[in-house]
Design a protein around this ligand. Structure first.
Ligand code: SAH
Length: 360
């Protein structure tokens, strides 16, 4: 709660969407409200999508006045929408002059919302358009949560069944805000999603995996993308700081405490022609994952402007997958969704100038 108290001292309004529910209670207590008032406000926000204190009919006038003086409920709204021929929807949120993207992916049995955690990304993975764009800043909790609130509003009766942190940015480099957002997503009075329906994808910030391990259990997806450090160093500069061994040992420690990952951690592997897609590479990958319960997700590489990579061919990807399967790994090949609107993995740059856009 320190942050809130400091903000009050500075006479700055607290955005209640930046706080998890324990801190909403503490904040409300600090302005003289009872615990149940905090619960009522949480319900107004998360169950009724009401962000206006005046419309909260069960809150007393006295508390409403104090709320107006000290706080606000401010969402950041979608400004543009694009719909793919496969039903995938991409929304853009403009934050001052910067843009972030949120992608909705409907499937037969589930509908997944892919959310961003940073504006841009600092990791500079060679094969990723977001990485090429550079880093601007971390998203606030309210900006992460707003993506879900806004998507729910847009989708009306369609339920979001899964949330993945696979949009722009490296979620483990915005750890504190991502943890608060995860608490709200998991809380039954928030979005009430089970931990098995939330996935955080990371390039492998090993100490942050250990920190997360102490606080929250959710599905982990590791962007491994290479079967050895030589190849990984070439395509992911972060590997020079956290190499494959350090990441896999942090993952093993996470798995020991995790119920969400009981079918194994997801290993993401982007298929780059002549870089990481040989038969030997598949064998190496199987070898390094021998002791890590894992499901391997092979991702055909999505192209973007000014990049030198070529995606592996389908037949190459199938051969690679079959080697892993023969070695006992549950291996899937990711269907790329929303490519026609640049909403697929690694294509998010906040830039939709070249495409038909609908201003909302
Ligand atoms: N920073 C996080 C989340 C990023 S994006 C991470 O690294 O995991 C989600 C996934 O898309 C990651 O596995 C990322 O490596 C992958 N990806 C990035 N660019 C891609 C591209 N052009 N084609 C296919 N997958 C890509």
């Amino acid at each position: 709660m320190d942050k809130t108290i400091n903000l009050n001292v500075l006479n700055t309004q607290v955005n209640l969407l930046d706080l998890d529910f324990k801190n909403i209670q503490l904040f409300l207590a600090s302005i003289g409200a009872k615990i149940f008032t905090a619960e009522q406000i949480i319900q107004w926000i998360y169950s009724h999508n009401c962000y206006d204190f005046n419309k909260m009919s069960n809150i007393s006038k006295k508390i409403k006045k104090k709320l107006h003086q000290t706080s606000c409920i401010k969402t950041s709204n979608f400004s543009e929408e694009q719909i793919s021929s496969d039903g995938t929807i991409k929304w853009v949120t403009s934050l001052n002059n910067q843009k972030i993207e949120t992608v909705y992916i409907p499937e037969k049995k589930r509908s997944t919302l892919c959310i961003s955690s940073q504006i841009g990304c600092s990791l500079k993975c060679d094969f990723c358009a977001t990485g090429k764009q550079g880093f601007n800043r971390n998203l606030k909790v309210s900006e992460i949560i707003s993506q879900i609130l806004q998507a729910k509003k847009k989708l009306k009766n369609t339920k979001i069944t899964n949330i993945v942190f696979m949009g722009m940015g490296e979620p483990l480099l915005n750890l504190n805000n991502v943890i608060t957002a995860l608490k709200i997503i998991l809380n039954i009075n928030g979005f009430g999603l089970s931990k098995r329906r939330i996935t955080l994808s990371t390039a492998g910030i090993a100490p942050a995996i250990d920190k997360l391990n102490k606080i929250i259990d959710i599905n982990l997806a590791i962007s491994l993308h290479a079967p050895n450090n030589n190849i990984r160093n070439l395509i992911m500069p972060i590997n020079k700081i956290y190499n494959i061994e350090s990441i896999l040992s942090a993952v093993s420690r996470y798995l020991k405490n995790s119920n969400a990952n009981r079918n194994g951690v997801t290993i993401e592997y982007v298929m780059l022609k002549n870089i990481n897609d040989s038969i030997k590479n598949a064998q190496e990958l199987a070898y390094i994952l021998k002791k890590i319960p894992s499901k391997i997700n092979l991702i055909p590489w999505n192209s973007f402007k000014n990049s030198n990579f070529i995606s592996s061919t389908n037949s190459n990807i199938n051969t690679f997958a079959n080697i892993l399967r023969k070695k006992g790994f549950n291996t899937t090949i990711r269907k790329n969704r929303g490519q026609d609107i640049n909403a697929a993995c690694g294509q998010l740059t906040g830039n939709i100038i070249n495409y038909r856009k609908n201003h909302l």
